[in-house]
Design a protein around this ligand. Structure first.
Ligand code: PLP
Length: 271
């Protein structure tokens, strides 16, 4: 663990019980995949950390200091030991209540292993909305309770991920991933206007595949011939079912997107 400038063993790292991140979920974070000791797409993740923090009015250390912290933390591990690295910035120690204190942010980084994802995923559409008009829409905040509840619901019905619609009924995103569909032969993904996170993987797949960002009604799932998820730990994950709908997993467009992703990842660790 890297905590406010120091590398510590996990059981030595201590955050105040009154930290605003803990008490009210006042924080932002990034999770990066680490490939051969190098965080993938780190520049994009650091840029998004800053834009999420700006939305919350949180101060983030200078990018060079964060990069130095990442280097220090990774060099404390053996080769191949780290599969993922999370950076969290919270509102810091503060008084009880919603108002943020004045102590300055808590900044921490934690390493871990990558989990193995299934070859393909089943989704369920959950009855709760992604609020595209939220004060923090599109920011990667630590307030993930909605995602926790939705993912638990997915598990109860035998699915792997939960798919949210926005408040107007457009497809938005999942609890920890963005979604792509092939509709009428065209690769599309929900537009940011649906309140989804501007996923780093989503952005890369958009650039590399020429997919379009659109507002899609839920009925697009009935017309779709392929569906896949993207996230920093999954890359491209085919979807074989959304509730009772079934899809080829992977279909040809998904297989191409996954192969292109692997090729780019092998060629450039910071696209
Ligand atoms: C809600 C949500 N949407 C989308 C994503 C995918 O984003 P990225 O590709 O940057 O990992 C995540 C990642 O954890 C997420 O939590």
């Amino acid at each position: 663990v890297w905590l406010d400038g120091k590398v510590l063993a996990p059981d030595e790292a201590r955050v105040a019980v009154t930290d605003h991140g803990l008490t009210v979920g006042d924080g932002v974070f990034e999770t990066m995949k680490v490939v051969d000791g190098v965080p993938f797409a780190m520049s994009r993740h650091l840029a998004r950390l800053r834009s999420s923090a700006d939305r919350l009015g949180l101060a983030v250390p200078a990018e060079d200091d964060l990069r130095a912290g990442v280097r220090e933390l990774l060099s404390a591990h053996g080769p191949g030991e780290v599969g993922r690295l999370r950076i969290t910035v919270t509102g810091g120690d503060g008084p009880a209540g919603t108002e943020r204190g004045t102590s300055g942010p808590t900044v921490l980084m934690v390493t871990g292993q990558l989990r193995a994802w299934a070859e393909s995923a089943a989704l369920t559409v959950v009855p709760w909305a992604r609020n595209e008009r939220s004060a923090v829409a599109g920011a990667k905040t630590t307030s993930y309770a909605e995602n926790v509840v939705a993912l638990a619901r997915a598990k109860v019905v035998g699915a792997d991920e939960a798919l949210f619609l926005d408040t107007r009924g457009h497809l938005s995103e999942c609890t920890g991933s963005n979604v792509f569909l092939v509709v009428g032969g065209r690769l599309v993904t929900p537009a940011l206007s649906t309140g989804c996170l501007a996923g780093v993987t989503r952005g890369l797949v958009l650039e590399w595949s020429g997919a379009d960002e659109v507002e899609l009604p839920e009925a697009a799932l009935d017309e779709a011939t392929e569906v896949f998820l993207t996230s920093s730990t999954r890359d491209v994950q085919p979807v074989h079912a959304v509730d009772s709908r079934r899809y080829a997993a992977p279909g040809p467009v998904t297989a191409r997107a996954a192969a292109d992703f692997r090729t780019h990842l092998a060629a450039d660790r910071d696209p």
